[in-house]
Design a protein around this ligand. Structure first.
Ligand code: SF4
Length: 315
């Protein structure tokens, strides 16, 4: 797979673009995730023409439609940043991004819970950065996260799973449109979708089953929307246990009673959150290889992202 293109707030790459001339380098993003990703850096404040260093800014007013104002001299930068942001998101269309990683808490780049100050100077953490808001409005289905939230292992798993899935889907889009390609993609992603949302699993199954009754464009559009919606929903030990038990059904006749017993114990320990998901998954992978189970061998759920990212490794 070629590298995944992700937008990112420039300061997270270690570029000294912050108002104080510093950066906010995040080594997980550059050194670890960076091996699989080509970043497209975006610094709204510098790219809209403000220098480094510059006066710091914050959001003021109504948290749903705040103004971006410099803190000391009270210059209103809202219109400048908004106009630039609409142009920038139009440019980013060409980049074929699979997601964006924002700098948390920034009045320009923060994607949630950014401080907005009222007329008494009191903050509420309900704002969205000026550029981040426009980006998310323009690309509503693209996976987005901020570097702070990515320190949470569950959110990290979810985001990375989504960007890899979207990249695989984009590869389908590069091929000639055909119902067969959608069916093939769906077949390989069935268990991954089930681990996020049994409801979407059913809806998408029905969509694919009646693929030949739909115009191709509509099929592709509906499928993509449902795919991104489903993967946005979090997995849980209960949902994963359900998927793993479903997988055992494919080779339960071949398992010896010892093997079955061991597998059931491991699943139960995972369900009770004593061990991470990677443990039952590794055991299942072992049996899939040992008994050469053709359907499961193709399931993305068993290898949704590179092992080196050490995901599914938390309880
Ligand atoms: S938070 Fe956003 S605007 Fe601020 S320095 Fe980083 S990229 Fe630039």
């Amino acid at each position: 797979m070629e590298k995944i293109k992700l937008g990112i707030s420039t300061c997270l790459l270690g570029e000294t673009v912050r108002y104080d001339g510093r950066h906010k380098l995040d080594r997980f993003l550059t050194n670890t995730l960076g091996q699989y990703v080509e970043y497209v850096p975006v610094c709204p404040e510098v790219e809209c023409g403000l220098g480094v260093p510059r006066e710091s800014m914050h959001l003021e007013g109504n948290p749903d439609s705040p103004r971006l104002v410099t803190i000391r001299t009270k210059q209103d930068m809202t219109d400048r940043l908004v106009q630039w942001s609409w142009k920038r998101v139009a440019d980013l269309e060409k980049e074929d991004l699979c997601g964006f990683i924002f700098k948390s808490d920034s009045p320009s780049s923060g994607m949630e819970r950014v401080k907005v100050y009222n007329e008494k100077g009191m903050p509420v953490k309900r704002g969205v950065g000026m550029f981040a808001r426009i980006f998310m409005e323009h690309f509503p289905l693209l996976p987005v996260e901020d570097e702070g939230r990515l320190h949470d292992p569950k959110l990290r798993d979810n985001f990375i799973e989504r960007i890899f899935a979207l990249k695989r889907w984009r590869e389908v889009l590069t091929r000639k449109e055909s119902r067969g390609n959608v069916v093939d993609f769906h077949t390989k992603h069935k268990l991954l979708i089930l681990s996020h949302s049994p409801k979407h699993y059913q809806t998408m199954g029905k969509l694919v089953a009646k693929a030949k009754d739909l115009p191709l464009k509509e099929l592709y559009q509906k499928y993509q929307t449902l795919l991104m919606e489903s993967l946005y929903l979090k997995t849980s030990p209960k949902k994963n246990t359900n998927v793993i038990q479903h997988m055992i059904g494919f080779f339960k006749e071949q398992l010896s009673s010892d093997e079955k017993q061991e597998l059931l114990e491991v699943i139960d320990h995972y369900r009770q959150e004593y061990i991470p998901l990677i443990v039952p998954i590794t055991l299942i992978q072992h049996y899939v290889r040992k008994y050469d189970q053709p359907y499961l061998k193709e399931q993305v759920y068993l290898h949704p992202h590179p092992l080196e990212l050490q995901l599914r490794n938390h309880v």
